[in-house]
Design a protein around this ligand. Structure first.
Ligand code: FES
Length: 205
């Protein structure tokens, strides 16, 4: 029987196998496989970034960002205003860590006179990042009550004091709101450490 060399193993391929059209087709197929492999790898990395916990050095991006998320500056957080929901942003890949709602924070600016000394190390120019997940039954905290300077959960009206490390001031919430430490780098908000406790309804870590 005539011995036909394998086209994948040698350059000495017979004419029927190594025609220009055949070589072009093989190149295209290889390129396609390489591209789909790279695309898959990129997708896996993006999913990993989206699902992983906030990391030191992450920036923050608005939770309602459209298009490419942008790093937030501390000046965007105004005093005595509703908290701004945000997710950590991996500056290397540009991916938001929005795969888990436990990564979501609310940003609030607290006046210097209302900031307890114990909380100051966690603030970036007066801006604090708290978990947005209520420690009672996990509802989203979205309201600011100027009258008593508290963050409020509408589900059962728990109130938390941002100036006092997220202490529970009213309602059924069983524990303080976890803080995500921040620092400021050239005006940009940057994560400076892990959450002070596990976000959500679970007991503190
Ligand atoms: S879930 Fe927030 S007070 Fe009940």
């Amino acid at each position: 029987m005539k011995n036909i060399p394998c086209p994948a193993c040698t350059d000495a391929t017979p004419e029927t196998v190594s025609s220009p059209d055949r070589r072009k087709a093989l190149k295209s197929t290889s390129a396609l496989l390489l591209c789909s492999g790279l695309g898959l790898a990129r997708q896996v990395l993006a999913d990993d970034a989206a699902n992983s916990h906030p990391k030191v050095g992450d920036q923050l991006a608005r939770a309602d960002s459209e298009g490419r998320p942008a790093a937030m500056h501390s000046a965007e957080i105004l005093p005595n205003a509703r908290p701004v929901p945000a997710f950590p942003l991996d500056p290397a890949s540009g991916a938001m860590r929005d795969g888990s709602r436990l990564n979501k924070v609310i940003l609030i600016r607290v006046a210097p006179q209302d900031l307890h000394p114990d909380v100051q190390p966690y603030a970036a120019g007066g801006v604090l990042a708290y978990s947005s997940v209520c420690t009672h039954q996990g509802c989203e905290i979205s309201e600011w009550v100027p009258k008593d300077q508290t963050l409020m959960c509408y589900c059962h009206f728990s109130k938390f004091s941002p100036g006092r490390a997220g202490e529970v001031m009213a309602g059924p919430a069983p524990r303080t709101l976890p803080l995500l430490p921040l620092k400021e780098v050239d005006g940009v908000l940057v994560v400076a450490g892990p959450f002070t406790a596990r976000p959500g309804v679970a007991k503190s870590a």
